[in-house]
Ligand binder design. Structure first.
Ligand SMILES: [Zn+2]
Length: 74
């Protein structure tokens, strides 16, 4: 499965603005967790490889913060 060009929407926590990036990496991937309500979340962190276009920092996010296809919706 090719995921190389997949872009995610990130939100700058400093300026609270959205941007797209495909230049990131996944850290501390512990797999998908299911809570008591049956909600699935990916327990991982996502770190930008390029600086945020708004504030210049390389933000790190928890996967659950992102609008992304990791968890699906079934
Ligand atoms: Zn930022």
């Amino acid at each position: 499965m090719a995921t190389k060009d997949m872009k995610f929407i990130f939100v700058c926590p400093i300026q609270n603005k959205e941007f797209e990036s495909a230049d990131f990496r996944v850290l501390e991937n512990k797999g998908v967790l299911t809570d008591e309500a049956g909600n699935k979340t990916l327990d991982a962190k996502v770190a930008l490889n390029e600086p945020c276009p708004f504030c210049g920092q390389k933000h790190t996010y928890h996967a659950s913060e992102l609008s992304c296809p990791f968890t699906g919706s079934d």
